[in-house]
Design a binder for this molecule. Structure first.
Ligand SMILES: [Ca+2]
Ligand SMILES: [Ca+2]
Ligand SMILES: [Ca+2]
Ligand SMILES: [Ca+2]
Length: 286
């Protein structure tokens, strides 16, 4: 009896999966709602998105699937989280590719921008997790159109673009206050969850404008130029030039008029600086 019941359940499940296929549900990465924007970005237009061609991964140019974020104002330098909800077909490994238009992003912040950092992950605000931290269990292959990267990412506002699976860095540009950054267009692959039985899942595109630093070499943007900036640069060399860091090392470490006592350099501090300079020298030679 147990066996017969189990078989019946399996038959029903297979039948339902077949029905889902017939109805078009068993195809992955379909937008199930409009993108929602959180954080210091105000939508002037309405974010929109549509899925025209499901499971179209790697079809090349002319992608009809679109997520449009054209015409947003950015009023702060904190991250902006764009939440996207996706219909999922568990156990089916389909991937739908989208073209994302991030055009006319106007600088309403208090600093000129030198670039953008765009990450993929889950959660918004303090809950955000990069995908590399296994942010969405069961989701494999949610990425910035990796490995095909077709069409290539380009931006009229920024000369340099670093393209990895879950991060895009636009740099080497200047967007003054009141001007807008145009055409940060890129593609994204949205897969099915292959292990979890969920009908939808959400993911996040995190967008952050990078201000022109008051001190060149301040790669972590905390107002000083110290060892932490070198470590930040090591993780992401496209953030700027190491020559700037070397030239301005020590700037802004203590603010003028600070009542904090100036500590004597300890042997440990000198050792850390010596190690950093050795690494710099080695990098220069290579
Ligand atoms: Ca792709
Ligand atoms: Ca991919
Ligand atoms: Ca592509
Ligand atoms: Ca710093």
């Amino acid at each position: 009896m147990v066996w017969r019941n189990s078989n019946a359940i399996v038959s029903i499940m297979i039948g339902l999966m077949g029905l889902a296929n017939f109805c078009g549900y068993a195809r992955g990465g379909v937008l199930s709602g409009l993108p929602a924007i959180f954080g210091p970005g105000v939508a002037q237009g309405v974010p929109s998105g549509e899925t025209v061609n499901v499971n179209n991964d790697n079809v090349g140019t002319g992608n009809p699937n679109r997520i449009s974020l054209v015409g947003i104002d950015i009023v702060g330098l904190d991250p902006i989280d764009i939440s996207v909800s996706v219909a999922n077909s568990p156990g089916v490994s389909g991937t739908t590719e989208y073209f994302i238009e991030l055009g006319s992003a106007t600088n309403r912040t208090e600093a000129a921008w030198k670039g953008f950092v765009i990450e993929l992950g889950s959660g918004i605000g303090s809950e955000f997790l990069r995908l590399s931290d296994l942010a969405i269990p069961g989701v494999s292959g949610l990425d910035f159109d990796t490995p095909d990267r077709d069409p290539a990412v380009s931006s009229p506002s920024f000369l340099s673009i670093t393209h990895d699976a879950d991060i895009l860095i636009f740099s080497e540009g200047i967007v003054e206050i009141g001007e807008f950054a145009s055409g940060q267009n890129f593609s994204i692959d949205i897969p099915d969850i292959t292990t979890a039985f969920k009908s939808t899942y959400d993911f996040t595109i995190r967008l952050q404008a990078v201000p022109v630093p008051e001190v060149e070499g301040d790669f972590d943007q905390d107002g000083d130029v110290d060892g932490a900036d070198f470590l930040t640069w090591q993780r992401e060399p496209n953030l700027g030039s190491l020559t700037d860091w070397r030239t301005n090392f020590g700037s802004g470490v203590l603010q003028a008029g600070s009542s904090v006592a100036v500590p004597e350099p300890t042997r440990m501090t000198l050792l850390v600086v010596a190690v950093l300079l050795c690494v710099v020298a080695r990098d220069d030679r290579s």
